[in-house]
Write a protein that binds this ligand. Structure first.
Ligand SMILES: Nc1ncnc2c1ncn2[C@@H]1O[C@H](COP(=O)(O)OP(=O)(O)OP(=O)(O)O)[C@@H](O)[C@H]1O
Ligand SMILES: [Mg+2]
Length: 277
Protein backbone atom coordinates (compact mmCIF):
# COMPACT_ATOMS: atom_id res chain seq x y z
CA UNK A 1 0.00 0.00 0.00
CA UNK A 2 1.25 3.44 -0.98
CA UNK A 3 -0.07 6.22 1.24
CA UNK A 4 0.23 9.84 0.27
CA UNK A 5 -0.67 12.24 3.08
CA UNK A 6 -1.29 15.94 2.61
CA UNK A 7 1.48 16.07 0.01
CA UNK A 8 2.36 19.57 -1.16
CA UNK A 9 5.01 20.90 -3.50
CA UNK A 10 5.42 24.61 -3.95
CA UNK A 11 7.42 26.38 -6.62
CA UNK A 12 7.75 29.90 -5.23
CA UNK A 13 4.28 31.00 -4.12
CA UNK A 14 2.48 28.50 -6.32
CA UNK A 15 1.48 25.06 -5.07
CA UNK A 16 1.97 22.65 -8.01
CA UNK A 17 0.59 19.87 -5.78
CA UNK A 18 -1.63 21.03 -2.97
CA UNK A 19 -2.37 18.83 0.07
CA UNK A 20 -2.97 15.66 -1.91
CA UNK A 21 -3.93 12.57 0.10
CA UNK A 22 -4.33 9.17 -1.59
CA UNK A 23 -4.15 5.47 -0.77
CA UNK A 24 -3.01 3.30 -3.66
CA UNK A 25 -3.52 -0.43 -3.34
CA UNK A 26 -0.78 -2.79 -4.43
CA UNK A 27 -1.45 -4.17 -7.90
CA UNK A 28 -3.85 -1.45 -9.01
CA UNK A 29 -3.69 0.40 -12.33
CA UNK A 30 -4.31 4.05 -11.55
CA UNK A 31 -4.60 6.83 -14.10
CA UNK A 32 -3.86 10.44 -13.20
CA UNK A 33 -5.74 12.83 -15.45
CA UNK A 34 -6.19 16.57 -15.68
CA UNK A 35 -5.25 19.41 -17.88
CA UNK A 36 -1.79 20.79 -18.48
CA UNK A 37 -0.26 22.26 -15.32
CA UNK A 38 -2.62 20.37 -13.00
CA UNK A 39 0.33 18.86 -11.11
CA UNK A 40 0.33 15.30 -12.50
CA UNK A 41 4.06 15.10 -13.25
CA UNK A 42 5.01 16.79 -10.00
CA UNK A 43 2.94 14.23 -8.08
CA UNK A 44 4.60 11.30 -9.85
CA UNK A 45 8.07 12.77 -9.50
CA UNK A 46 7.57 13.18 -5.76
CA UNK A 47 6.71 9.51 -5.38
CA UNK A 48 10.19 8.46 -6.49
CA UNK A 49 11.73 11.62 -5.02
CA UNK A 50 12.94 13.13 -8.29
CA UNK A 51 11.21 16.15 -6.78
CA UNK A 52 11.16 16.65 -3.02
CA UNK A 53 7.89 17.55 -1.33
CA UNK A 54 7.52 20.87 0.49
CA UNK A 55 5.18 19.26 3.00
CA UNK A 56 3.39 16.01 3.63
CA UNK A 57 4.42 12.38 3.57
CA UNK A 58 4.68 9.40 1.26
CA UNK A 59 4.62 6.06 3.06
CA UNK A 60 5.09 2.67 1.43
CA UNK A 61 4.33 -0.42 3.49
CA UNK A 62 4.90 1.58 6.67
CA UNK A 63 8.23 3.16 5.52
CA UNK A 64 8.37 6.94 5.24
CA UNK A 65 9.74 7.51 1.73
CA UNK A 66 9.91 11.26 2.32
CA UNK A 67 12.63 10.77 4.96
CA UNK A 68 14.88 8.41 2.96
CA UNK A 69 18.47 9.40 2.27
CA UNK A 70 21.55 7.82 0.65
CA UNK A 71 21.41 4.08 -0.03
CA UNK A 72 17.88 3.77 1.35
CA UNK A 73 16.71 6.40 -1.16
CA UNK A 74 18.52 4.59 -4.00
CA UNK A 75 16.85 1.34 -2.92
CA UNK A 76 13.45 3.01 -3.01
CA UNK A 77 14.11 4.41 -6.49
CA UNK A 78 14.97 0.90 -7.64
CA UNK A 79 11.56 -0.24 -6.39
CA UNK A 80 9.73 2.36 -8.44
CA UNK A 81 10.57 2.40 -12.13
CA UNK A 82 9.88 5.55 -14.10
CA UNK A 83 8.73 5.69 -17.73
CA UNK A 84 8.83 9.03 -19.50
CA UNK A 85 7.20 10.50 -22.58
CA UNK A 86 10.63 10.86 -24.21
CA UNK A 87 11.75 7.30 -23.38
CA UNK A 88 15.08 8.35 -21.77
CA UNK A 89 17.18 5.58 -23.29
CA UNK A 90 20.93 5.92 -23.79
CA UNK A 91 20.91 6.45 -27.56
CA UNK A 92 24.47 5.37 -28.32
CA UNK A 93 24.10 2.07 -26.42
CA UNK A 94 22.48 -1.03 -27.88
CA UNK A 95 18.98 -2.10 -26.89
CA UNK A 96 20.08 -5.03 -24.71
CA UNK A 97 22.46 -2.83 -22.69
CA UNK A 98 19.71 -0.27 -22.21
CA UNK A 99 17.49 -2.97 -20.74
CA UNK A 100 20.37 -4.30 -18.62
CA UNK A 101 20.69 -0.86 -17.03
CA UNK A 102 17.46 -1.80 -15.27
CA UNK A 103 19.39 -4.67 -13.61
CA UNK A 104 22.20 -2.48 -12.23
CA UNK A 105 20.59 -2.23 -8.83
CA UNK A 106 20.48 -6.06 -8.64
CA UNK A 107 24.19 -6.51 -9.45
CA UNK A 108 26.98 -6.58 -6.84
CA UNK A 109 28.79 -3.23 -6.68
CA UNK A 110 31.92 -4.35 -8.59
CA UNK A 111 29.80 -5.64 -11.48
CA UNK A 112 27.59 -2.60 -11.60
CA UNK A 113 30.64 -0.29 -11.61
CA UNK A 114 32.11 -2.20 -14.54
CA UNK A 115 28.69 -2.54 -16.17
CA UNK A 116 29.46 -6.23 -16.57
CA UNK A 117 26.31 -8.28 -16.48
CA UNK A 118 25.82 -11.93 -15.62
CA UNK A 119 24.54 -14.53 -18.08
CA UNK A 120 21.37 -14.67 -15.99
CA UNK A 121 20.85 -10.89 -16.26
CA UNK A 122 21.28 -11.10 -20.03
CA UNK A 123 18.73 -13.89 -20.24
CA UNK A 124 16.25 -11.89 -18.15
CA UNK A 125 16.76 -8.81 -20.35
CA UNK A 126 16.31 -10.81 -23.56
CA UNK A 127 13.16 -12.45 -22.19
CA UNK A 128 11.77 -8.99 -21.39
CA UNK A 129 12.48 -7.86 -24.96
CA UNK A 130 10.80 -11.00 -26.27
CA UNK A 131 7.67 -10.12 -24.33
CA UNK A 132 7.45 -6.96 -26.35
CA UNK A 133 8.37 -8.61 -29.66
CA UNK A 134 11.61 -6.70 -30.03
CA UNK A 135 14.26 -9.30 -29.11
CA UNK A 136 15.41 -9.08 -32.75
CA UNK A 137 16.47 -5.47 -32.06
CA UNK A 138 18.73 -6.39 -29.10
CA UNK A 139 22.00 -5.42 -30.79
CA UNK A 140 20.75 -2.23 -32.46
CA UNK A 141 21.62 1.19 -31.17
CA UNK A 142 18.68 2.63 -29.25
CA UNK A 143 18.73 5.87 -31.22
CA UNK A 144 18.03 3.95 -34.44
CA UNK A 145 14.65 2.76 -33.18
CA UNK A 146 11.23 4.27 -33.80
CA UNK A 147 9.47 5.99 -30.90
CA UNK A 148 7.19 3.02 -30.31
CA UNK A 149 10.11 0.60 -30.26
CA UNK A 150 12.04 2.86 -27.89
CA UNK A 151 9.14 3.01 -25.48
CA UNK A 152 8.88 -0.79 -25.54
CA UNK A 153 12.58 -0.95 -24.64
CA UNK A 154 11.94 1.51 -21.80
CA UNK A 155 9.15 -0.69 -20.47
CA UNK A 156 11.36 -3.79 -20.75
CA UNK A 157 14.02 -1.90 -18.77
CA UNK A 158 11.44 -1.01 -16.13
CA UNK A 159 10.25 -4.63 -15.96
CA UNK A 160 13.73 -6.16 -15.39
CA UNK A 161 14.16 -3.73 -12.52
CA UNK A 162 11.50 -5.90 -10.79
CA UNK A 163 9.83 -2.83 -9.32
CA UNK A 164 6.85 -2.71 -6.97
CA UNK A 165 5.46 0.24 -8.83
CA UNK A 166 5.81 1.74 -12.30
CA UNK A 167 5.40 5.50 -12.59
CA UNK A 168 4.58 6.35 -16.17
CA UNK A 169 4.47 10.04 -17.09
CA UNK A 170 2.47 10.29 -20.31
CA UNK A 171 4.15 7.23 -21.80
CA UNK A 172 2.23 7.41 -25.05
CA UNK A 173 2.11 11.16 -25.64
CA UNK A 174 4.46 11.03 -28.62
CA UNK A 175 3.27 7.76 -30.15
CA UNK A 176 0.90 6.91 -32.99
CA UNK A 177 -2.33 4.96 -32.29
CA UNK A 178 -0.82 1.56 -33.06
CA UNK A 179 2.15 2.05 -30.75
CA UNK A 180 -0.10 3.65 -28.15
CA UNK A 181 -2.06 0.41 -28.00
CA UNK A 182 1.09 -1.75 -27.87
CA UNK A 183 2.54 0.31 -25.01
CA UNK A 184 -0.71 0.55 -23.00
CA UNK A 185 -1.36 -3.19 -23.51
CA UNK A 186 2.21 -3.84 -22.35
CA UNK A 187 1.72 -1.83 -19.16
CA UNK A 188 -1.60 -3.55 -18.59
CA UNK A 189 -0.02 -7.00 -19.00
CA UNK A 190 2.80 -6.17 -16.58
CA UNK A 191 0.22 -4.98 -14.09
CA UNK A 192 -1.91 -8.11 -14.45
CA UNK A 193 0.79 -10.77 -14.75
CA UNK A 194 3.27 -9.49 -12.18
CA UNK A 195 0.99 -7.54 -9.87
CA UNK A 196 3.11 -4.42 -10.32
CA UNK A 197 1.22 -1.27 -9.39
CA UNK A 198 0.99 1.22 -12.26
CA UNK A 199 0.51 4.92 -11.69
CA UNK A 200 0.14 6.52 -15.10
CA UNK A 201 -0.37 10.13 -16.18
CA UNK A 202 -2.56 10.32 -19.24
CA UNK A 203 -3.94 13.16 -21.30
CA UNK A 204 -6.49 11.00 -23.06
CA UNK A 205 -9.69 10.32 -21.16
CA UNK A 206 -10.56 7.54 -23.58
CA UNK A 207 -7.34 5.68 -22.77
CA UNK A 208 -7.73 6.36 -19.06
CA UNK A 209 -11.22 4.89 -19.18
CA UNK A 210 -10.08 1.88 -21.19
CA UNK A 211 -7.05 0.87 -19.12
CA UNK A 212 -7.32 2.17 -15.56
CA UNK A 213 -9.15 0.59 -12.59
CA UNK A 214 -9.24 3.94 -10.96
CA UNK A 215 -8.87 7.52 -12.09
CA UNK A 216 -7.49 10.41 -10.08
CA UNK A 217 -8.49 13.75 -11.53
CA UNK A 218 -6.30 16.71 -10.67
CA UNK A 219 -7.00 20.38 -11.11
CA UNK A 220 -4.70 23.18 -9.89
CA UNK A 221 -2.73 20.77 -7.72
CA UNK A 222 -5.73 19.25 -5.98
CA UNK A 223 -7.56 15.97 -6.37
CA UNK A 224 -11.02 16.78 -7.71
CA UNK A 225 -12.05 13.27 -8.73
CA UNK A 226 -11.09 9.87 -7.37
CA UNK A 227 -12.97 6.80 -8.48
CA UNK A 228 -13.75 4.26 -11.10
CA UNK A 229 -13.89 5.36 -14.73
CA UNK A 230 -17.57 4.40 -14.68
CA UNK A 231 -18.25 7.33 -12.37
CA UNK A 232 -16.44 9.86 -14.49
CA UNK A 233 -19.44 11.58 -15.94
CA UNK A 234 -19.36 14.22 -18.62
CA UNK A 235 -20.00 16.86 -15.97
CA UNK A 236 -17.01 15.74 -13.94
CA UNK A 237 -14.83 15.59 -17.06
CA UNK A 238 -15.93 19.11 -17.88
CA UNK A 239 -15.11 20.32 -14.38
CA UNK A 240 -11.79 18.51 -14.46
CA UNK A 241 -10.68 20.17 -17.63
CA UNK A 242 -12.13 23.48 -16.47
CA UNK A 243 -14.24 23.91 -19.56
CA UNK A 244 -16.62 26.80 -19.76
CA UNK A 245 -19.17 27.11 -22.53
CA UNK A 246 -16.85 29.49 -24.43
CA UNK A 247 -13.95 27.02 -24.15
CA UNK A 248 -15.87 24.42 -26.08
CA UNK A 249 -15.55 26.47 -29.23
CA UNK A 250 -11.81 26.88 -28.63
CA UNK A 251 -11.47 23.17 -28.07
CA UNK A 252 -13.31 22.40 -31.29
CA UNK A 253 -10.96 24.74 -33.10
CA UNK A 254 -7.95 23.11 -31.51
CA UNK A 255 -9.23 19.69 -32.51
CA UNK A 256 -9.39 20.89 -36.09
CA UNK A 257 -5.93 22.44 -35.88
CA UNK A 258 -4.44 19.32 -34.31
CA UNK A 259 -5.98 17.14 -36.99
CA UNK A 260 -4.42 19.33 -39.61
CA UNK A 261 -0.94 19.20 -38.09
CA UNK A 262 -1.23 15.59 -36.92
CA UNK A 263 -0.64 16.33 -33.22
CA UNK A 264 -1.17 13.40 -30.84
CA UNK A 265 -2.32 15.82 -28.14
CA UNK A 266 -5.70 15.96 -29.83
CA UNK A 267 -6.84 13.03 -27.68
CA UNK A 268 -7.76 15.24 -24.73
CA UNK A 269 -9.91 17.52 -26.73
CA UNK A 270 -11.55 14.70 -28.60
CA UNK A 271 -12.35 12.90 -25.37
CA UNK A 272 -14.12 15.82 -23.77
CA UNK A 273 -17.82 15.81 -24.53
CA UNK A 274 -18.12 18.67 -26.94
CA UNK A 275 -21.79 18.48 -27.72
CA UNK A 276 -23.05 18.71 -24.15
CA UNK A 277 -22.29 22.43 -23.64
N1 LIG B 1 10.65 22.83 -11.71
C1 LIG B 1 9.63 23.69 -11.69
N2 LIG B 1 9.81 24.99 -11.40
C2 LIG B 1 8.78 25.86 -11.35
N3 LIG B 1 7.49 25.52 -11.57
C3 LIG B 1 7.24 24.24 -11.87
C4 LIG B 1 8.28 23.25 -11.95
N4 LIG B 1 7.72 22.04 -12.24
C5 LIG B 1 6.41 22.28 -12.37
N5 LIG B 1 6.11 23.58 -12.14
C6 LIG B 1 4.78 24.18 -12.18
O1 LIG B 1 3.92 23.37 -11.41
C7 LIG B 1 2.65 23.24 -12.04
C8 LIG B 1 2.34 21.77 -12.26
O2 LIG B 1 3.25 21.26 -13.23
P1 LIG B 1 3.23 19.74 -13.70
O3 LIG B 1 4.36 19.60 -14.66
O4 LIG B 1 3.23 18.86 -12.51
O5 LIG B 1 1.82 19.65 -14.43
P2 LIG B 1 1.22 18.49 -15.35
O6 LIG B 1 -0.13 18.21 -14.86
O7 LIG B 1 2.20 17.37 -15.41
O8 LIG B 1 1.13 19.20 -16.77
P3 LIG B 1 1.29 18.58 -18.24
O9 LIG B 1 0.00 17.87 -18.52
O10 LIG B 1 1.49 19.78 -19.12
O11 LIG B 1 2.48 17.66 -18.24
C9 LIG B 1 2.73 24.05 -13.31
O12 LIG B 1 2.18 25.32 -13.07
C10 LIG B 1 4.20 24.17 -13.58
O13 LIG B 1 4.51 25.35 -14.26
MG1 LIG C 1 3.24 16.48 -16.95
Amino acid sequence: MLSIDELTRRFGEKAAVDKVSLRIERGSFVGVIGRSGAGKSTLLRMVNRLTDPSEGRIVIDGVDVTALRGQALRDWRARCAMIFQQFNLVGRLDVLTNVLIGRLNKAPLHRSLLKSFSVEDRAIALAALEQFDIANLASQRADQLSGGQQQRVAIARALVQEPDIILADEPIASLDPRNTKIVMDGLSRINRDYGITVLCNLHSLDLARAYCDRLIGMSAGRVVFDGSALHLTEDVARELYGLEVGDVIDIEESVQASRLNGSSRVEVARSVPLAAA
